[in-house]
Design a protein around this ligand. Structure first.
Ligand SMILES: NC(=O)c1ccc[n+]([C@@H]2O[C@H](COP(=O)([O-])OP(=O)(O)OC[C@H]3O[C@@H](n4cnc5c(N)ncnc54)[C@H](OP(=O)(O)O)[C@@H]3O)[C@@H](O)[C@H]2O)c1
Length: 284
């Protein structure tokens, strides 16, 4: 069985590829990347694949039995067609199974909703494709908060508009494990899974970071409007709006979802404390 992973040059694609190699070795795995040289270090065959170019995927999916489609990074409306390029090429080139990395979140109430909605459209396109399919809805990665710790210390704490909302975080490592299982388990078909851990508040996140990193961070809630203005100034309009929308989603409970991780993979998701500890250890 030959398995291909798109966006293999990115951190999630690389994590999934690494877990697949652990399960089945490297001969039957193909990484597909827009920038192939950035994926060569993975030690598997790499093929060219830009989501904007359907013809790339007609070539890249030759002889592939199952493809893992990593959600794109472009603006929401462009993503839908980009993902269709992969789905259509999979259909036409004899691929039997498609696994998609979607996202947890609210579809119509926040500035992040257009992204969530575009992911839901791709879910629908996949469900109607006639291929075998599995959809994972990823929680928010915990890594960016940990990469940002020095800034939190400088800024005097964690400040955002999530308020008391709970967020079921995950990590790229946990997702890498989960998607490898979903690709390899032939009985796991035509299901949608929330791939998340236990939900925690921002106050709890700050406590856990303090416990592991020895910091003394406090959580300061901000209004949605103030946080959006602050993020837009720091990151520009597009990204600033999206980040504020993500935290607004946490505030309204859109990320406080129950986990299907164990049902999907056969083992429980790691706790937030274990994820934070492992990421810290891996960076030492
Ligand atoms: N759950 C979360 O918290 C969260 C956070 C951020 C993003 N995401 C989503 O999860 C996805 C994967 O995250 P990540 O951590 O792997 O991000 P990442 O490390 O930034 O990687 C992004 C990947 O997308 C690829 N890409 C961008 N445009 C492409 C195109 N037109 N055709 C093919 N590949 C393209 C990049 O290829 P190049 O190497 O050529 O640039 C890279 O491999 C993201 O794309 C985004 O949809 C989720």
């Amino acid at each position: 069985m030959k398995i291909a992973v798109t966006s293999a040059s990115g951190k999630l694609g690389a994590s999934i590829t690494k877990h697949l190699i652990q399960e089945i070795g490297n001969e039957n795995i193909i990484g597909i990347a827009r920038t192939p040289e950035k994926a060569k270090h993975l030690g598997v065959e790499i093929r060219q694949g830009d989501y904007n170019k359907r013809q790339d995927f007609d070539k890249a999916l030759q002889g592939i039995d199952a493809v893992l489609l990593v959600s794109g990074m472009d603006e929401p409306q462009k993503r839908i067609q980009q993902h269709r390029n992969v789905i259509d090429a999979a259909k036409q080139n004899g691929v039997q199974k498609i696994v998609y990395t979607s996202i947890v979140g609210n579809e119509d109430r926040t500035a992040f909703s257009p992204v969530v909605k575009s992911n839901r459209q791709t879910e629908k396109d996949i469900q109607e494709s006639g291929l075998q399919w599995v959809i994972g809805r990823n929680g928010i990665y915990i890594e960016p908060d940990l990469e940002y710790i020095d800034n939190y210390v400088k800024e005097g704490g964690i400040k955002n508009c999530a308020g008391d909302g709970k967020c079921a975080y995950t990590s790229r490592e946990e997702l890498g494990y989960a998607y490898a299982q979903l690709l390899l388990d032939e009985n796991n078909q035509n299901k949608v899974y929330n791939l998340v851990g236990n939900a925690i508040t921002q106050v709890e996140l700050a406590h856990l970071i303090n416990q592991v990193y020895g910091t003394n961070l406090t959580y300061y809630p901000m209004s949605v409007e103030a946080y959006e203005n602050e993020r837009k100034q720091a990151l520009g309009d597009f990204l600033g709006t999206i980040i504020a929308g993500i935290y607004e989603g946490i505030k309204i409970g859109a990320n406080d979802v129950s986990s299907d991780f164990e049902k999907a993979t056969g083992r429980p998701h790691k706790t937030p404390l274990d994820m934070i500890q492992e990421i810290k250890n891996a960076n030492i």
